[in-house]
Design a binder for this molecule. Structure first.
Ligand SMILES: Nc1nc2c(ncn2[C@@H]2O[C@H](COP(=O)(O)OP(=O)(O)OP(=O)(O)O)[C@@H](O)[C@H]2O)c(=O)[nH]1
Ligand SMILES: [Mg+2]
Length: 249
């Protein structure tokens, strides 16, 4: 997906760091489970389906390009639009570590309320280390990062471990957001039933991702509000399909 889309929309993860730190390799390994050399350093917005039990969620990842001025208005917009940030530095390049430290100072001025952040040291397979794990770990803790880890896209080591804490955090907040939307939708269904008991039998709530507890709650509430309408022979069900919840009374 073209990264320009990210300018107008909110997305989940923005991966930031100096040139050639291995951002694209890290993202591509996370997406395709393989080390993929990317010729260009174009920006791109990727979508990954994440399975959590019987529920699928989509997570969008913006691969930023170091060829774009980090003080540009588009970069500023990306930073404002993202739900979380991954800072990437390369363990064999101290300058790249300084790069994320300085970037963080700037981001603090743009977003006083910081999104969740993880710090990733890439190219852990290389022996010419310039950034110690301790220093990076301490810095990550000092900025309140959710997690710090090192990985090697080349060897395929530590990739999922790097993303996991952030993905779990994002899934929980997505679920909570959807729950809030569903509760609003439930209120709308109830109001509709009270105001117009002759309304069609099928109601769809907005953006709802299979939550059995909530489905039961919708059924209970609908039954409470519509005793006169519920005929013995009529089915009363709630189905979830994709990101919708459909209630039939
Ligand atoms: N040894 C080693 N090399 C890596 C690793 N990950 C990436 N590289 C190499 O580092 C170089 C830069 O990787 P990219 O993933 O393109 O880096 P980038 O941060 O996306 O670069 P820009 O998009 O130009 O900012 C490439 O030559 C990769 O092959 C790794 O884990 N180990
Ligand atoms: Mg790149």
């Amino acid at each position: 997906m073209n990264s320009l889309k990210a300018l107008g929309n909110e997305f989940d993860i923005c991966v930031l760091g100096n040139a050639s730190t291995g951002k694209s390799s890290l993202i591509l390994h996370f997406l395709h489970n393989a080390f993929i050399e990317q010729e260009s350093s174009l920006e791109d917005l990727y979508i990954k389906d994440i399975r959590n039990g019987h529920i699928y969620n989509q997570v969008s990842v913006l691969d930023t390009s170091s060829s774009i001025d980090s003080y540009s208005s588009s970069r500023k917009q990306q930073i404002l639009n993202t739900a979380s940030i991954i800072y990437v530095y390369s363990i064999d390049d101290y300058e790249s570590f300084v790069g994320i430290v300085e970037l963080h100072e700037r981001i603090q001025t743009l977003r006083p309320s910081l999104p969740p952040i993880i710090v990733v040291g890439t190219k852990a397979d290389l022996e010419q280390r310039q950034v110690s794990s301790d220093e990076a770990q301490q810095w990550a803790e000092s900025i309140g990062a959710l997690n710090f880890s090192e990985c090697s896209s080349k060897r395929g080591v530590g990739i999922d471990e790097a993303f996991d804490p952030l993905i779990q955090y994002l899934l929980v907040s997505k679920r909570e957001k959807v729950r809030q939307q569903s509760i609003i939708s439930l209120g709308q269904i109830q109001r509709e039933l009270v105001l117009n008991p002759q309304t069609p039998d099928t109601y769809e709530t907005a953006s709802f991702t299979g939550d059995d507890v909530l489905v039961n709650k919708v059924l209970e509430e609908v039954a409470k509000e519509t005793p006169a309408r519920v005929h013995q022979q009529r089915k009363r069900e709630a189905h979830t399909k994709g990101d919708k919840c459909c209630v039939i009374v």
